[in-house]
Design a protein around this ligand. Structure first.
Ligand SMILES: [Fe+2]
Ligand SMILES: [Fe+2]
Length: 279
C-alpha cells in the first residue's frame, strides 16, 4: 500500500505554510483512498487543508484517537465540508473531560472534552462506528482499540480527569487508540496523544498484528509529563525495537523531543504542520 501522511494540525509550524494550534491531525493518502486521523482543535484544519492542498471532501473515513478537544474540535468543520462519513472512535470519546492546571499559583479547572454532542455531529453527517478492541477497518488499516497498561513507568497524567455520572475520577483514557497502516516496508503507527503510554501501545500493536517492524511511528507521545527517569525508561524500550523513523508532534514536549533526536539522530524528525512522510 502506497501511503503519504501529511501533518495538518500541530502545535508548531516549521515551514512557510499553515497555522499552528494546540492539537493534532494527520491527512493520510493511500492508493485505496484518503483518511483523516484526528481533527485538531478546530482553528486550523480547514485553512491548513487548503494551504497544503489536501481535499477534506475526499476522505473516506475519519478516525478519532480520543475525546480531547484538541483532537476532536475540528470535527464539525470537517463534517460541514464532507457531509456523510464514517467516524471511527471508542464510545468514551463523548465523556466529559477535565484538566486541573496550576496557573499563576491558582488551580484552574478546564473543560477539555469533545466540544459537541453526538446528535449535532450526526446531523452534520457523522456515522459513528465504535470499537473497543483491536479492529481491522479495512485491508491494511487497523485501530488499536483499548490498550493494556503494562509498563510500570508509563503513568497516567495526574492533571487529567473524566466525569462519569457526575463523579470526577482520574482519566484512564480507555478511548485512547492509535492507527496502524500496514505497508510493504513495515507498519506505520500514528498516535494521537498516546495516553495509554507509547510503549504499551507499541507492544499491543506488535502482539495483535503479529509483526515487529515499524517503518515509522509518528504523532503525539505525551512524554512531556514523565519524570526524567521515566522518560529514559521509555527511550531504552524504544531503542530495543525495530523502528525506522520516529516523528513526534504535539504533546511530546521539547525536552522529550530533544532526547529522542539525540538518540535516534537521522531517524528522528519533528512532525510540524506540513511535514510529509511517504512510504
Ligand atoms: Fe492532545
Ligand atoms: Fe489528549
Amino acid at each position: 500500500m502506497k501511503t503519504r501522511i501529511t501533518i495538518l494540525c500541530e502545535n508548531l509550524v516549521g515551514r512557510l505554510v499553515g497555522f499552528g494550534e494546540h492539537g493534532f491531525s494527520a491527512f493520510i493518502e493511500t492508493d485505496k483512498g484518503n483518511y483523516l486521523f484526528d481533527t485538531g482543535s478546530g482553528h486550523s484544519i480547514v485553512a491548513n487543508s487548503l494551504t497544503l492542498n489536501k481535499d477534506l471532501k475526499s476522505i473516506k473515513k475519519i478516525f478519532l484517537s480520543h475525546g480531547h478537544y484538541d483532537h476532536t474540535g475540528g470535527l464539525s468543520e470537517v463534517l460541514k465540508l464532507k457531509g456523510k462519513v464514517d467516524v471511527h472512535a471508542h464510545a468514551h470519546v463523548f465523556l466529559d473531560r477535565i484538566a486541573v492546571l496550576k496557573e499563576n499559583e491558582k488551580e484552574t479547572k478546564r473543560f477539555v472534552g469533545i466540544p459537541y454532542k453526538k446528535g449535532y455531529l450526526e446531523s452534520l453527517g457523522a456515522n459513528f462506528v465504535f470499537n473497543n478492541t483491536f479492529t481491522k477497518v479495512e485491508k491494511g488499516v487497523f485501530l488499536t482499540g483499548e490498550v493494556p497498561r503494562k509498563t510500570p513507568f508509563e503513568k497516567q497524567d495526574p492533571r487529567l480527569f473524566s466525569e462519569i455520572d457526575g463523579k470526577t475520577t482520574q482519566d484512564f483514557f480507555l478511548d485512547d487508540q492509535s492507527l496502524i497502516l500496514d505497508t510493504d516496508k513495515g507498519m506505520v503507527l500514528i498516535l494521537g496523544c498516546a495516553h495509554s503510554g507509547m510503549i504499551n501501545i507499541i507492544h499491543h500493536v506488535m502482539q495483535r498484528a503479529g509483526k515487529e517492524k515499524f517503518f515509522a511511528i509518528l504523532g503525539g507521545t505525551h512524554l512531556d509529563f514523565l519524570t526524567p527517569e521515566q522518560l529514559e525508561e521509555s527511550i531504552k524500550s524504544l531503542k530495543k525495537m525495530e523502528i525506522g523513523k520516529i516523528g513526534v508532534s504535539h504533546c511530546t514536549g521539547m525536552r522529550a523531543a530533544f532526547r529522542l533526536h539525540q538518540e535516534f539522530g537521522d531517524r528522528f524528525f519533528y512532525g510540524c504542520v506540513g511535514s510529509v512522510q511517504e512510504v
